[in-house]
Design a protein around this ligand. Structure first.
Ligand SMILES: Cc1cc2nc3c(=O)[nH]c(=O)nc-3n(C[C@H](O)[C@H](O)[C@H](O)COP(=O)(O)O)c2cc1C
Length: 371
């Protein structure tokens, strides 16, 4: 598939996850393979224009970190336009606009006309950005405010007319937060609303089967994966293989998980400096640990690391402790093995056939309003 002039290697996207989808994480995933396109965490357009240090760190990239979209957040048209120009100068392949859910409760009081005002404003802002740069502008949204206000199809139509090159849709409303099933019909209604631009579906994809299910059921052009990549940075590689061949690559071994987690940690130390990187990695390591099997002591000690040495000690101690749950080949004994992951939108029937137990994906704390 294409975004603007960019031909992608796969139709698999990394969703922006504030505080996580930094350069070290993107490089870790890219090295594993299968990823077609990545997006930075959301960046405040004004902060970027002011060359705020945090904002510049968020857009930091490297030659291997391609193709990359920078996600901007803001509502002042001139700032969004100038920040898009800056992103282009910084070498980004695209700019994504965070639309969380731009249509406020105003639709309740003002009805259709208020909504159209809001859409007009959005269209003008987007058009200003599209006209100012050569790189493609995309937009990411939810389905709408709540079930009575599924505004994404109307918004998408306006965005397409304003020149956006693709749209990303998380198949939930703002009111839903991260609860309940992803609404595949809702995603399909966005696809039906556009004429030519690709629509990328998003929400709860934690397995290659779930990615295929969303593609098949909605007709979306690609899928974007967020939290599923925490658990399984291999998901892109495994999904690309599954979509191409129908064969399921086994989940990575424990040793491979440790290798990749350690490389990810080292990238944190290089990118943020050893102490700050180690502190930040305290909240990353537990995501890997969710797929380790028994790991309580590791999750505890890792939350106190301040250095490479602390990380190594926590890991070595854990590897010793974990042996009691393994057979002589180092495999977890059957009673400690984990259930496969599944996605909330796969029907109970499908779940049963696939032998899956449905579990909600944990959500780290953060401003759901803008996601
Ligand atoms: C911790 C966290 C941070 C997020 N940060 C952003 C963000 O910066 N920009 C954005 O558009 N969406 C953000 N989202 C929403 C995700 O991109 C994605 O739409 C949502 O998590 C659903 O996809 P998933 O089920 O694959 O995670 C965030 C979600 C989470 C859980």
């Amino acid at each position: 598939m294409r975004i603007g002039e960019h031909e992608l290697s796969t139709n698999l996207f990394l969703s922006p996850l504030a505080s996580y989808t930094n350069l070290p994480f993107r490089l870790t995933i890219r090295e594993i393979g299968g990823l077609g396109w990545a997006t930075t965490d959301l960046v405040n357009a004004r902060s970027l224009l002011e060359r705020n240090r945090t904002a510049l760190k968020l857009v930091a990239t490297s030659p291997e970190d391609r193709p990359l979209a920078i996600q901007l957040f803001g509502s002042v048209p001139e700032e969004m336009r100038d920040a898009a120009i800056m992103c282009e100068e910084l070498g980004a392949q695209s700019v994504d606009i965070n639309m969380g859910c731009p249509v406020k409760k105003v639709v309740k009081v003002g009805g259709g006309s208020a909504m159209m005002n809001e859409l007009d404003k959005t269209a003008a802002l987007v058009k200003g950005m599209v006209d100012a740069v050569k790189i493609p502008i995309t937009a990411k949204m939810r389905l709408g405010w709540d079930d009575d206000n599924l505004t994404a199809p109307d918004l998408t139509r306006v965005l397409e007319d304003s020149g956006v090159a693709a749209v990303f849709v998380h198949g939930r409303t703002r009111a839903q937060g991260f609860d309940g099933r992803v609404n595949l019909d809702g995603i399909r209604s966005v696809i039906e609303a556009v004429s030519t631009i690709p629509v990328i579906g998003n929400g709860d994809i934690t397995t290659p089967e779930a990615a295929k299910h969303m593609l098949d059921e909605t007709g979306c052009d690609g899928v974007s994966i967020g939290r599923g990549a925490f658990y399984d940075p291999w998901i892109f590689k495994r999904t690309a293989h599954f979509l191409a061949t129908g064969e399921m690559v086994p989940e990575p071994t424990f040793d491979e998980r440790i290798r990749v987690m350690s490389a990810h940690f080292e990238r944190y130390c290089v990118f943020y400096g050893e102490e700050h990187g180690a502190r930040l990695f305290r909240k990353v390591a537990p995501w890997y640990a969710k797929r380790f099997g028994p790991s309580k002591p590791f999750k505890q000690t890792i939350t106190a690391i301040k250095s490479r040495a602390d990380f190594q000690t926590a890991l070595d101690t854990y590897l010793q402790w974990r042996k009691q749950f393994c057979d002589e080949d180092g495999e977890l004994l059957p009673r400690f093995q984990l259930e496969p992951m599944s996605a909330s939108f796969m029907s109970e029937e499908t779940d049963k056939q696939a032998g899956l137990n449905r579990t909600a994906i944990p959500v780290p704390k953060g401003p759901v309003d803008v996601w």
